[in-house]
Design a protein around this ligand. Structure first.
Ligand SMILES: *Cc1c(COP(=O)(O)O)cnc(C)c1O
Length: 403
């Protein structure tokens, strides 16, 4: 085999389809969020980020930084082992306790990331529950898909947020069979919410467990930041909730929370939990500080929602259409990979506005988009500049405006 030719051809093909990914080389600056410097062609220039998943700018909150400094100075860099062999630090124990409290669940378990949490928890549950049937929303995240796939259990996909289809599947399944319904509270690329109450009602009616991914909601929604299920008074309904420290909490790492027996089972059987080094103490200390701050403070969430409304209003006024959902995610569909890349490139080089193009396979072909994420730190002036930039690019590329 000519390996060289194989790898080269695959990359050339990606490039010709406009799907080749180029990373923005950023230098985030503490105290200036959402400003950052970008390295490009040996140069460095300032940009405003409109696509960060650090949704509240907590990644540079002074309380978090000082908690991390303290843990680093007291306990050093790494955890020093897997959770089972010398790597469990008191911060892990405190953080898992805090997560149980946040989600009003009996227990919680940490993972290296939310990707790993989904992969490890779902593959373990679905492969070890005898003859398990996984019922999964068609728009679920790649980490969920991979977790379910690697379990090799039967899986049935229901149409996105379609309760009738979900019920049909449940009706047709053997009532005695274990069933696991997997869905997200917010779908990250469209920004829409799931009908949590109705899905949990169906689960109860047909004897299924539920697993909800609240990755894009934790810290942002609900009176103490526990997510959409808390905001809707439904925190007690899903069996297992999954979240991340990588988005609104501003760090990295993932977790699940749920009934003690299930969490203990996953702790005991999931290879993706067992055979990997535990999170560093400083990350856990930062996560504790971030969660605690956002449990007590409504300020960031209120300001966040106010800014989201301001951006949506400005887009409507400018005639730039977007998917209008109840969430903070504002997708502007471009519909073609090359065009989407060009729009992003012009915004960056002409206007210093950074919005990464989102192309296949993250979203379906034909729905390529600019996915704007708004934070409490985006000022009126930045919104004005965003609109000027978008209008200019829309004119250059001949994109449609609406009345
Ligand atoms: C980002 C994301 C994850 C993975 O989270 P990480 O902590 O970054 O690994 C999981 N689920 C969904 C829906 C996501 O968007």
């Amino acid at each position: 085999m000519n390996y060289e030719a194989f790898f080269n051809a695959a990359l050339v093909q990606l490039k010709s389809e406009g799907k080749y990914r180029v990373f923005a080389d950023l230098e985030r600056c503490v105290g200036k969020f959402p400003f950052a410097n970008m390295y490009f062609d040996g140069d460095k220039f300032p940009i405003v980020s409109w696509c960060s998943n650090d949704y509240l700018g907590m990644g540079q909150h002074p309380k978090i930084l000082s908690a991390m400094h303290e843990a680093l100075d007291k306990m050093g860099a790494g955890a020093g082992g897997t959770r089972n062999i010398g790597g469990t630090n008191h911060y892990h124990v405190m953080l898992e306790g805090l997560l149980g409290k946040l989600h009003q669940k009996e227990s919680a378990l940490l993972f290296s990331s939310a990707y790993v949490a989904n992969e490890a928890a779902l593959s373990t549950l679905a492969s070890r529950l005898p003859n398990c049937m996984v019922i999964s929303d068609e728009n679920n995240h790649a980490s969920i898909i991979h977790g379910v796939r690697s379990s090799r259990s039967d899986k049935v996909i229901f149409r996105h947020n379609d309760l009738e289809h979900l019920e049909q599947i449940l009706q047709q399944a053997d009532p005695a069979r274990p069933k696991l319904i997997v869905f997200q509270s917010i779908y990250s690329m469209d920004g829409d919410f799931a009908p949590i109450r109705e899905i949990c009602d169906l689960a109860d009616q047909y004897g299924a467990l539920t697993y909800i991914d609240e990755v894009h909601a934790v810290g942002l929604y609900g009176e103490s930041g526990a997510g959409i299920s808390q905001m809707q008074g439904l925190a007690h309904r899903p069996t297992i909730v999954e979240g991340t420290f990588g988005k609104a909490y501003g760090l990295m790492g993932g977790y699940i929370a749920g009934p003690t027996n299930i969490i203990d089972f996953i702790r005991s059987f999931a290879p993706g939990f067992i055979f990997t080094t535990a999170l560093p103490p400083a990350i856990c200390a930062g996560a504790i500080a971030s969660i605690q701050h956002l449990m007590d403070s409504e300020e960031e969430r209120t300001k966040h929602q106010e800014r989201v409304t301001a951006v949506k209003d400005a887009l409507i006024k400018a005639g730039i259409s977007f998917l209008d959902t109840p969430s903070h995610i504002v997708p502007i569909i471009i519909g073609e990979a090359h065009l989407c890349k060009q729009a992003s490139h012009h915004l960056l080089t002409k206007h210093g506005i950074y919005i990464q193009p989102i192309n296949y396979p993250t979203v379906p072909v034909g729905t390529e988009r600019l996915r704007i994420t708004v934070t409490p730190h985006h000022t009126d002036e930045m919104i004005d500049q965003l609109i000027v930039g978008l209008q200019d690019i829309w004119a250059i590329l001949g994109l449609q405006r609406v009345a």
